[in-house]
Every structure is written in structure tokens, then in C-alpha cells.
Ligand binder design. Sequence first.
Ligand SMILES: [Cu+2]
Length: 259
Amino acid sequence: MSQKAIGLGLLWIISTIANADYVFNMTPGITQISQGIHQLHMTIFWICVVIGAGVFSVMFYAIFWHRKSRGVTAAHFHENTTVEIIWTLIPFTILILMAVPAARLLIKMNDTKTDSDLSIKITGHQWYWEYEYLGEGVRLFSRISTPQDQIQNRDIKNEHYLREVDTPLVLPEKKKIRFLTTSNDVIHAWWMPALGVKKDAIPGFINEAWAIIEKTGIYRGQCAELCGALHGFMPIVIDVKPEAEYQAWLQSQKAMNQP
Ligand SMILES: [Cu+2]
């Protein structure tokens, strides 16, 4: 083996190790629904892999094995009913098998009506978010907090560049939270990948989504509908707290709002 080949091999090994954390897949998230979406995504991905491998194997076998230089001549049959029935029934069965778990999950995702513990009204504005804790008299305005110097390349960008806000949406852990999204101007979309929630916020309409969050922590999302010049500058941050801490925070907010 030449020195160059060894060098390239070493370079490949080093770059592979360096990129070990570089993943392409979706994350499972922190709710049963987001994990369900992830599972469904993986199941359907593997079904596609098996179909792809099967179809390409047969295709390449046919191309190489039955090539002209081997003296193979084409068969002369047309309209074989048995084959046609088989190649209709197999995809049909696969589609039904995929549709059943997908429909089940969709129905679950849309069940915003039963037993919700609290409702948050989310209003999109050009270009910030407004959160109202319905029935609690608490309202927050959440704007991007990345300094202009970083955006204008005059300063070094921090870890959560463009994904940080002044006031995060505070949510309780293990409670059924109903989100009602709407907008004050143009169409926005409230997208929080960790919750498996992505809902359009449309002026004059109210869309619904829900989540029971299983894990405390800070999670980040973005506006996912092109909504004007600063569309990329209206991030979403949620701060998920244990129930008791959330209640204490809510009471402090209520106290602040009192005249
Ligand atoms: Cu927007």
C-alpha cells in the first residue's frame, strides 16, 4: 500500500471519529406523541429500505444475468393476469399496513379535547410570540434575545445563536397542555420539534395541538412559516418545570400582574 493511501485512510478514520456526533435522524423528543412519530418514521423508513433493496436486487439481477452478450433473448408474454394481481395486491397490503399505525397516531395527535389541564393561547406577531395562560390572567411576550452585534457579524456567535429569547414559555411537566395557535398579522407556525408539535398560526382561526411533557428542561424551536423579513428571527424557547415549581412561577407572575 502506498504512503498516500495510508494517509488517506488515516484521514478518513480521524474524520469519522470527529463526526461521530453528527446525526442525520430526527430526535425522539420528550412526549409520547413525538416518540410515536419517531417510531412510525423509523418503521416506515425500514419498510422503504426493504422494498428498495428488493426492487434494486431484482432489477440488477435482471440487467446483469439476462444481458444480450450472454445470448439471452427476451420472453414474449404479455398481460399475465396472475402477475398483475400479485403486483397490485402486494403494494396495496403494504400501504394498508402502513396506514393503520399512521391513522391511529394522527387520531391521538388530534385529541385536544379530552382532559386537558391547562390551555395556552399562542399568538404569532411579526416577529415575536405572545403566550396567554387562559383563565390565569398571565400573558408573556417572547422575543429573540440574540444581540444585534452577533447577527451583524461584529461579535462571536454564542451557542444558542438565533435560538434564544428574553422570556421563554414556562410549562409544567406531566400535565396535558392544550395549545391554541392563532396570529395577529400573517401566517406563522409554532414549531417545537421536541414536542412533536408544528401548528400553523393563522389570523382569524384557532388551531389546536397538545402535549404531555415527560422531561423537564429547556427546548428550542422556531417559526416554521415564511412570515416576512424577520421570519428567521422569532425563535421559540420552552422551559419545562416540575409541577410545584411551575405553580410557584405562575403565582409570581400573577402577583406581578396585580395593579
Ligand atoms: Cu413567523
